[in-house]
Structure formats: C-alpha cells, structure tokens
Write a protein that binds this ligand. Structure first.
Ligand code: NI
Length: 217
C-alpha cells in the first residue's frame, strides 16, 4: 500500500530544515545511486555526513507518527538523503536498491520539504502495470511506498523541490502482511473508540499480536 502521512513535521521543524537547507552545500546525486540508476538520476543532495542533525530530526518525526508506525512497522530507518531539484532536474524511472549496507529496503519514503505552490513539475510518480499515480504533497507531509515499485521524479520546470528521501528495514518484509496488520490495527482502534475494551477488542489484540510475532523478522 501507498500511504500519505500528513503533517510529519511541525511548522517549526519545517522552517528549521528549510532554513538550514538554504545554506547547505549540495553535491551530485549520482554519487549514491546504483549503477543503472546513475544514468537517470539528475539531482543534488547534501553531502554524506553533513546535516546529520536534520536527518535525526526527520527520523524522530517519522518514528513518533502513529500512522507511520502502524503502516510501515519500522525496524531501522537506515538511510536518508536530503535532495534538491532545480529546474531541469529529474530522477528517471528506477527501483530502489534492495540492500543498503547490512539492511534491507522494504519501504521507501519521501518527506516533501517545499511548498507545492513554489515549484512546477517534480511530482513523484509510481508506475503500475497499466497506469501511474502522481504525488505532490504539502511541505512537511510524507509518502511511504513499497521499495519494490518502479518510480520516478518528474522534471522540475520552475522553482526548487526539496525533499528528504529514505529507506526503512521493516519488521515485516512482505507488503501484503504489513497491510493485514495495518487493517487489523485500524479496526482495533475504531472498535475501541466505539465500545471500549470489550471481549471482541481483546481477541483482536490477541490476533494482531500473534500475527506480528509470527511475521516479524
Ligand atoms: Ni527511488
């Protein structure tokens, strides 16, 4: 499943990141792309260890968000890039690497850092078998999607597109299993809000916990 996760960042956090990125040094994005993705990656990103405090901030914001927890089941947010697309820059169709260092990439995310009214183009596009979906969310909001999908970033026509992109090693490798756990958790919360801690609620909690135990790795 593809999730929109609104308001990952507070207004203060967003301003802090935008201010820092306005003064940051950016280098060629090809330096961290796989051998075939290099051919289509035309953007810039903050160098390796620079801006570690910004990455830490974004990571903490993701981890505290209940929808991110329920939908992604993060074990490690192991990699994050702060990227910048100026007019003419794009990232053509690719799939993200399956392994990054000692971690698997199960879920990819983009935290949008620029107000969509300030740039043209630059949509994140997910390609399906016979259709495609375009995403361009408010600054401070995120999208999370299975790392197995083919995707691209359309050329920026005007303005600047800033984004934090990253990869998660999930406790639950299979997207279909994460979806079942997410649905059960959603039903559980709704049931609790309606009728409190009933026998049915307890049984749902038991099934959710036991499926998580079975599938987590
Ligand atoms: Ni990608």
């Amino acid at each position: 499943m593809i999730f929109q996760i609104p308001d990952i960042l507070s207004v203060d956090e967003l301003v802090q990141i935008q201010t820092a990125l306005a003064e940051a040094d950016f280098i060629d994005g090809k330096l961290t792309a796989g051998w075939y993705a290099k051919q289509v990656k035309h953007n810039r990103q903050v160098k390796g260890k620079d801006a570690q405090d910004l990455r830490t901030l974004v990571k903490a914001a993701l981890l505290r968000h209940p929808l991110f927890q329920s939908a992604v089941r993060p074990k490690h947010i192991h990699s994050m890039l702060l990227s910048r697309y100026d007019p003419g820059m794009e990232y053509g169709r690719h799939t993200d690497n399956a392994l990054m260092g000692q971690y698997r990439s199960d879920v990819s995310f983009t935290v949008f850092l620029s107000d969509p009214a300030t740039y043209e183009g630059g949509e994140l596009v997910m390609e399906g078998a016979d259709d495609e979906q375009r995403y361009k969310y408010a600054a401070g909001s995120a999208i999370a999607y299975p790392s197995s999908t083919l995707h691209r970033v359309n050329p920026v026509i005007s303005g600047v597109r800033l984004a934090a992109v990253g990869w998660v090693h999930s406790w639950v490798k299979e997207p279909a299993q994460r979806e079942i756990l997410f649905d059960l958790d959603t039903v559980r919360r709704s049931l609790y809000a309606q009728t409190g801690k009933t026998d049915e609620f307890d049984l749902l909690c038991k099934s959710l916990a036991n499926l998580t135990r079975r599938w987590a790795e």
